[in-house]
Design a protein around this ligand. Structure first.
Ligand code: FES
Length: 182
């Protein structure tokens, strides 16, 4: 199994158990009960502000987002992208959609050491070049957690080939896109 991150869309329908707060204003996770299981769903900052006021425990929710699985142990994270309140009880379920095999991805390390060594400019440059080359429908760019090569940052991984590049500069972006995506 891949040692890198794999990302699949998910849809979860379940009942809100409780909030896990980042601070007094922002919800960091929702604990959701789906039949007899409990899932922690990570909430992005923009959705998390005052979410504990907008929702109440026992609300039925439909959450869509991405499931990130890392390593061979099958440990995964659910990250919400949309949260919808359902007006009446529903059949609880979690559906994980298969990853789109044909979609290629560029993962850019978002952790501080890579980000401050040029990762941020690199991420912006890749986005801009994907737009220039009309590749946005074929290639997805994602931020990822530390790739454990911090001294060699900024680091990226190209999927599905799982090729890691270290010390990548913005000047290399054109060549990389040509090599893998044209
Ligand atoms: S901070 Fe990027 S690899 Fe660790």
């Amino acid at each position: 199994m891949s040692k890198f991150l794999t990302i699949s869309p998910f849809l979860l329908i379940g009942q809100l158990e409780s909030f896990v707060m980042k601070n007094a204003l922002i919800t960091k996770y929702l604990r959701i009960k789906v039949t007899s299981r409990e899932f922690w769903v990570e909430i992005p900052k923009e959705l998390g502000v005052y979410l504990d006021i907008k929702l109440s425990p026992k609300d039925w929710l439909e959450i869509q987002g991405t499931r990130e699985t890392k390593g061979s142990m099958g440990i995964f994270k659910l990250k919400a992208e949309t949260i919808k309140t359902l007006t009446r009880p529903q059949k609880a379920c979690v559906m994980i959609m298969p990853e789109q095999a044909s979609k290629k991805k560029i993962l850019v390390c978002k952790q501080t050491r890579c980000w401050e060594r040029g990762g941020k400019s690199l991420y912006q440059q890749i986005q801009a070049k994907l737009v220039d080359r009309s590749l946005m429908n074929q290639v997805e760019i994602r931020l990822t957690e530390c790739l454990k090569q911090c001294k060699k940052g900024p680091n990226i991984v190209i999927l599905p080939d799982e090729i890691q590049y270290n010390q990548v500069s913005v000047r290399q972006v054109d060549n990389l896109l040509e090599k893998y995506f044209t």
